[in-house]
Design a binder for this molecule. Sequence first.
Ligand code: XMP
Ligand code: MG
Length: 180
Amino acid sequence: MKIKIADLEFEPLINETLITERTKAIGQQLNNDYQQSIPVFVGVLNGSFLFIADLIKQIDVPCEIAFTKLASYYGGTTSKLKIRDDIDLIMDITGRDVVIIEDIVDTGNTLHYLIDKLKARNPSSITACSLLLKPSALLNPIKELKYVGFEIENEFVVGYGLDYQERGRNLRDIYKKVGY
Ligand code: XMP
Ligand code: MG
């Protein structure tokens, strides 16, 4: 069913059941990969808040969770090259195994920015996990991006944490903009 958010129309792309399945599978991968240390999951707000909440419930190794807040789209439907750094990561990550949790990787600028910034704080390792990836929009490969839920076309999506003009974050499914 099509829905309207502000001036745009959206249609279903990935339903709740599929999201849950993939989240469980990624959780199992992380449980396998982080048995030797206590990883720090760094959630990137706002868009990833639902994914972080669901993913973390699948983690059964000891872990810690911290947050940072970055913005690149602010209101529109295309990625801005300028990243707004709203809330810094407060936790000391020196010597820690860090796993960044993102909602979506588009051009990759936001993730590159965050990885560079956190690397300077001397963690033992950094990997990244993103629910969504737009491979054809990615400007440079990101070797740290080891966990991806779904690869999608270069289309604007909302729902399950992702917004258009701050709306649609509450939707259980992911929708794409009609007529891309
Ligand atoms: P970059 O281009 O830096 O973009 O990889 C990543 C950030 O931009 C936001 N983003 C989106 N938000 N629908 C959204 O609601 C989208 O289709 C979309 N694509 C990118 C998002 O905040 C992400 O962290
Ligand atoms: Mg985001």
